[in-house]
Write a protein that binds this ligand. Structure first.
Ligand code: CDP
Length: 252
């Protein structure tokens, strides 16, 4: 988190992009967008554009990586070379390895992995365009893709960040807010149980600020959860309509 004293992030009580302090950027999710994958989801969140694809459960290779009592959820987060203003050097780096690990661990909390011993569930998160909050966007999209793949899960994971800019706690940091703000706290939330399956903090918050940030984030995650469920309903209701149409044509 760079700090730049001259970068104004709040003017006349509003943020640079006109949002209120507790307002999310626009989010849209579409489930089942890739035909080759077992499950998929495409997410736009502000200027972020992220694709998630799920393959499996299938036999884990290499075999020594198998778990005898459960499936391994293996997420791979990747940023396209063209996803950021300065070309991103292709291939894994420290940051993408970290994000892959935390996405895997967050999703493991909701997937009934014990149903598929010795298997792997591969989750690919491809960031096509990045503008802050891609780990939250990636996790949110990945959990829709897992549900789209029909993987048994206790719930979806909804994810969002909040942080601090110019001493003010705000929801869902945009690019400049992330770069020049004072704190960023990404969270993964399991709405049904209220559990937290991802929590990181970059920067500093007081205890009160932390409480305020968490309250904002959890409310936002509940909103995101509704968008995730809508995306799944939209896909399956369309499929059902198409199936019914086929029946009508057959009978005619
Ligand atoms: O994306 P997220 O906020 O989860 O992770 P970050 O490490 O805090 O990165 C914040 C933002 O910095 C990303 O969303 C990108 O927009 C940008 N970034 C970049 O421009 N080039 C990179 N190699 C990595 C990140």
């Amino acid at each position: 988190m760079a700090s730049d004293k001259d970068m104004k992030l709040i003017e006349d009580g509003t943020r640079l992009d006109g949002r209120d302090f507790d307002e999310l950027r626009d989010i849209s999710i579409k489930a089942g967008v890739l035909k080759r994958a077992d499950g998929s989801a495409y997410l736009e969140w502000g200027k972020n554009k992220i694709m998630a694809a799920v393959y499996g459960p299938r036999e884990m290779h290499p075999r020594h990586a198998q778990e005898t009592t459960k499936a391994v959820v293996r997420a791979r987060y990747n940023m396209a070379a063209f996803s950021v203003p300065d070309r991103k050097r292709p291939g894994p780096d420290r940051r993408s390895i970290e994000i892959s690990k935390l996405v895997s661990e967050a999703l493991e909390k909701v997937v009934f992995t014990e149903k598929y011993p010795r298997s792997v569930i591969d989750v690919f998160v491809e960031v096509l365009q990045a503008s802050a909050g891609t780990r939250c966007g990636g996790l949110t999209a990945a959990s829709v893709a897992l549900a789209d793949a029909g993987i048994p899960m206790s719930d979806l994971v909804a994810s969002c960040a909040s942080g601090k800019i110019e001493g003010q706690v705000v929801l869902d940091l945009g690019k400049n807010e992330d770069n020049y703000g004072q704190a960023d706290v990404p969270v993964g939330y399991i709405p049904r149980t209220g559990e937290i399956c991802l929590l990181q903090m970059d920067g500093n918050l007081t205890e009160e600020e932390y409480e305020e940030a968490m309250d904002m984030t959890i409310d936002a995650c509940k909103e995101i959860y509704e968008i995730q469920k809508e995306a799944l309903k939209e896909k399956y209701s369309t499929e059902l309509e198409e199936a019914n149409l086929d029946e009508v044509i057959k009978e005619a």
